[in-house]
Design a binder for this molecule. Structure first.
Ligand code: DGP
Length: 113
């Protein structure tokens, strides 16, 4: 997608602190961290949000989860972390490219706000 900031990061056109990448997924540190460890895990291919995913995206979504677990290990928060996606503006989604927030390094309260 031409105007998508996360597509640009995935293409290497915009800088980001990349902590993990493979052929289908990418993870980088969030610009506006909400925890000592805050990474975003994205598919390279543009999908607007989780509800825009199709049946044919099942393998990619699985890879995203596996990538997230690897990122948690790389960032040394695999003992305690939260993986969350904001789906839609009302849920706080500000970038229309599917991404999971991986948060850790502090006590994570439940329920979230
Ligand atoms: P959300 O509000 O759920 O759509 O999360 C979007 C997150 O993306 C937000 O925490 C800030 C982050 N973000 C936005 N633009 C950039 C960017 O250019 N680089 C990085 N590293 N993070 C970004």
């Amino acid at each position: 997608m031409a105007d998508c900031i996360f597509c640009k990061i995935a293409a290497g056109e915009v800088n980001a602190k990349v902590v993990y990448e493979d052929e289908d997924t990418l993870a980088f540190i969030d610009l506006n961290p909400q925890a000592p460890t805050h990474a975003l895990v994205i598919p390279r291919r543009h999908i607007d949000r989780l509800t825009a995913a199709q049946d044919g995206d099942a393998a990619l979504l699985g890879k995203l989860q596996i990538a997230a677990a690897k990122v948690a290990k790389i960032l040394k928060v695999d003992g305690a972390f939260r993986l969350v996606t904001n789906n839609g503006k009302g849920a706080g989604q500000s970038v229309d490219h599917l991404h999971y927030h991986l948060l850790g390094g502090r006590k994570l309260l439940w329920p979230p706000g």
